[in-house]
Design a protein around this ligand. Structure first.
Ligand SMILES: Nc1ncnc2c1ncn2[C@@H]1O[C@H](COP(=O)(O)OP(=O)(O)OP(=O)(O)O)[C@@H](O)[C@H]1O
Length: 600
């Protein structure tokens, strides 16, 4: 197995030592702001864990449910966001300061972009973690992982069609692509049949033989699988009761009169013995711990220090920003392409129906009569708002659906690269959506210089679509995890669309509302589209029997609404700035989400 081969000439400094010193982790305290006392006090999850894990260890972490195994693994990976004390180091360097990918964690639950095929997913991961697949060395690594994990037959299968076990294998393959020095797996065999479980354990064991550390939590392993691990750690109630070989563990248990019956699964025996259930004796746990500590003290075994300089070898591929955007865009594009028929059909159907309804209601209207002025104003508002609302609401939930994936991939790519790629992936919608409104709805009304006017409408609606998409993505990113998006959006929309001039006379706005006006994409869209239309209306009929004031021409309509006279520059620039503003806000929203930590 190419990937797992050890280099015989490797210097001894390639040794990896992971040290855990007095690690304590608590649950977060919950406190209501109006109360002095916490409503839920913090409780301890990991209680003073000290350990040392060395190169070549294939370590099984055993313990009953709730013992703290997952919390321990997450802490070892430097991804624990709970309050903690103590330190985890790798070759003397804090685990949090190591280059991304040095310590990889394979979580208990898999998260993927389900629309990709197995191969597409692995190519994405390889490009991000390993480097360019134009390099033959990287292709070899990728192919080795595919063949080691027997994924070849599923290369073209969509991830959404994989079984739970196959998803586990794919997850493991993705983690292996960063060629980590330390691989931490939370129940890597759960959901796998015995063949695949031994396949995974075999791959992990071979990996540990190449001078790496592989740590796995395991739930009820079969005797055969359990034997494959060369060391075990036993946890109970947040304490580390033992770390060492199988034999040492057996001897320790026998020292407190706990003998594993013949032909009994040893892993099960150890777990049962330290479980806090009525059949186990609580004193056993204390005695095991005491005896273990006494043995450690007597053996005087120390966790040998390795120079932190040795961590300089921990170099991991980091793609440039532009390349990250490109790779992310490629992934979004595949999903878009896979759903193209559905997307285009639903987009066109909904917009075509909308455009036909609008065209029917406004059929025959003309801006050259006093009666037609209101209809044309209404038509322009309806097509601007349809484009704007459709695009902002379709972008709004983009991040919510991808939040777990984004938080799993934290550190693999930059937040800005992800945001920009997401924004760019929405552009096809901005291109397609205005077409029916411009071609169908406007053809039912009188438009001077139809082709040119329709083209100008299209450009305006496209730019409006871009700003609306940025607005949707921005709001989505800001309120991503609160579940408030749907509630907040109508409140945020209201002041912005009131600035469109369709309901309020813009020229009569008080000065303190100007910031809202200038940040409203509805305002720029209506200002531009109204100018395009009304500037071409030279004369509006004014019947002699009319009782109200007559609007003599298109310019009078524009003046009545209070639209700008520098519309081309102002509106194009305005829409661009609004898009940038929402992109920046969205970026900070996502950055805040990233700061909340890894999604386990
Ligand atoms: N974020 C958290 N907030 C509150 N309590 C937590 C949190 N994470 C873990 N706990 C609690 O800490 C204890 C240990 O949890 P952990 O998931 O580490 O156990 P485990 O040994 O991995 O269990 P299992 O084998 O069932 O997965 C549990 O009682 C759990 O409820």
């Amino acid at each position: 197995m190419e990937l797992m081969k050890t280099n015989p000439n490797s210097p001894r400094c390639e040794e990896v030592i992971m040290k855990v010193e007095k690690l304590k982790v608590w649950t977060s305290e919950e406190k209501r702001w109006w109360k002095r006392k916490p409503s839920k006090p913090k409780t301890i999850i990991l209680n003073n864990v000290t350990d040392c894990i060395k190169t070549g260890e294939f370590l099984a972490i055993l313990g009953p449910s709730g013992a703290g195994k997952t919390t321990f693994l997450v802490s070892l990976a430097g991804k624990c966001t709970l309050p903690s004390e103590g330190v985890v180091t790798v070759n003397g360097r804090n685990v949090n300061d190591l280059p991304q990918g040095t310590v990889e964690i394979l979580p208990q639950f898999d998260v993927f972009m389900d629309c990709l095929s197995v191969m597409e997913h692995l190519i994405f991961m390889a490009e991000m973690r390993l480097g360019s697949l134009k390099k033959s060395a990287n292709v070899i690594v990728l192919n080795t992982i595919i063949s080691d994990l027997k994924l070849k037959t599923h290369e073209r299968t969509l991830i959404r069609s994989l079984s739970g076990g196959e998803r586990r294998l794919l997850s493991l393959g993705s983690s292996l692509l960063s060629i980590p020095k330390i691989l931490i797996c939370d129940e890597p065999t759960s959901g796998l049949d015995s063949y695949n479980a031994s396949l995974v354990v075999g791959v992990l064991k071979n990996l540990s033989k190449t001078g790496k550390i592989v740590i796995c939590s395991v739930h009820q392993p079969s005797s055969d699988l359990f034997k494959e691990f060369n060391s075990i750690s036993l946890m109970s109630e947040g304490k580390l009761l033992f770390h060492g070989t199988h034999d040492d563990c057996r001897i320790l248990f026998e020292s407190v009169n706990l003998h594993c019956p013949k032909n009994y699964n040893t892993a099960e025996f150890f777990i049962k013995a330290v479980s806090s259930n009525p059949t186990s004796n609580e004193n056993d746990v204390d005695r095991i711990l005491e005896n273990y500590r006494n043995r450690l003290n007597a053996s005087n075994e120390t966790c040998c220090e390795t120079s932190s300089a040795a961590t300089s070898q921990f170099q991991v591929c980091k793609r440039g920003w532009a390349r990250q955007v490109q790779i992310l865009l490629w992934r979004f594009w595949i999903c878009l392409r896979r759903n193209t028929t559905f997307l285009v059909m639903s987009l066109l159907l909904s917009t075509i129906i909308g455009a036909v309804v609008i065209g029917t209601c406004f059929a025959g209207s003309t801006g050259t009569t006093q009666r037609g002025v209101q209809n044309l104003r209404g038509l322009l508002w309806v097509i601007c708002s349809e484009v704007s609302f459709s695009l902002s609401y379709s972008a709004l939930f983009a991040f919510e659906n991808e939040l777990s994936l984004f938080k799993r991939e934290v550190g693999m790519y930059g937040v800005s690269a992800y945001f920009i790629a997401r924004f760019l992936s929405e552009i096809p919608r901005c291109i397609i959506l205005p077409i029916p409104y411009v071609t169908i709805a406007t053809s039912a009304v009188y438009m001077p210089n139809y082709t040119l006017t329709a083209l100008e409408f299209y450009v305006t609606l496209f730019l409006t679509g871009m700003a609306s998409t940025a607005y949707g993505l921005g709001m989505g990113a800001i309120f991503i995890s609160s579940g408030l998006m749907g509630d907040v959006m109508p409140c945020a929309d209201l002041p912005l669309f009131l600035m469109s001039g369709a309901f309020l006379r813009i020229s009569s706005l008080p000065i303190w509302l100007y910031p809202v006006k200038y940040s409203s994409h509805f305002y720029y869209a209506m200002d531009a589209i109204s100018n395009i239309y009304w500037r071409q209306i030279g004369e509006i009929d004014c019947p002699t029997n009319i009782t109200s004031n007559c609007l003599k021409d298109g310019t009078a309509v524009l003046m009545e609404n209070g639209y700008s006279s520098h519309f081309v520059v102002q509106d194009a620039l305005g829409l661009l700035l609004v898009a940038i503003m929402w992109c920046l806000l969205g970026y900070y929203g996502l950055k805040r989400e990233k700061g909340k930590g890894y999604a386990y």
